[in-house]
Design a protein around this ligand. Sequence first.
Ligand SMILES: *Cc1c(COP(=O)(O)O)cnc(C)c1O
Length: 219
Amino acid sequence: MSLDEIRDRVATAERKAERAPGSVTLIAVSKMQPDARVEAVLEAGHRVFGENRVQEAAGKWPAFRGRFDGIELHIIGPLQTNKARQAMELAQAIHSVDRPKLAATLARLAQETGACPELFIQVNTGEEAQKAGVLPVEADGFVKECRAMDLPVRGLMCIPPVEEEPSLHFALLAKIAERNGLSGLSMGMSGDFESAIALGATHVRVGSAIFGERSSKVS
Ligand SMILES: *Cc1c(COP(=O)(O)O)cnc(C)c1O
């Protein structure tokens, strides 16, 4: 299990970027991982996890929460509006707010329940047809729209195109966040979290580098 190694690499990247120790939250992405591996990471004291799918998260995290205190769960994958309520009940953060209809649903549920997880707006920095997220040109308007609904927008999230240099996308996301006065930057995965930290990531989402390869691919 390479949790310790990844923690060390996060700390080193923080130092190199002259950022405060602990300023980056390491989200251990546990989607499609066997329970035994997740348990090992919990036993090692880690408490912040990410899941792609609400259904999968609902199937495994209530039991872990019964056994380990202080678990913080982040939903990082595409969210259907009909799963929004369940996502809000399960998670402390949602990283994939990507359209007005979802924002409106979250706002309505937040009003109803009096609580809302921290939200990140997903930006499709590579403008890829198959990828979720608002386009960079739509981002400022969508941030305003979410704020007007009283949603707790913490920051922005992106997943760079696989075949492109990720740092260009991280820099673009950081620029959009800065001009909108947003402090949260959810960016960087197993292959590129150090460069994301250099460019200001506050949340890195690391799966396979911590847990090993997943049992099967998820989009
Ligand atoms: C799966 C996933 C990750 C983690 O990917 P790794 O390459 O295993 O680190 C991060 N972010 C999102 C949105 C994911 O779906």
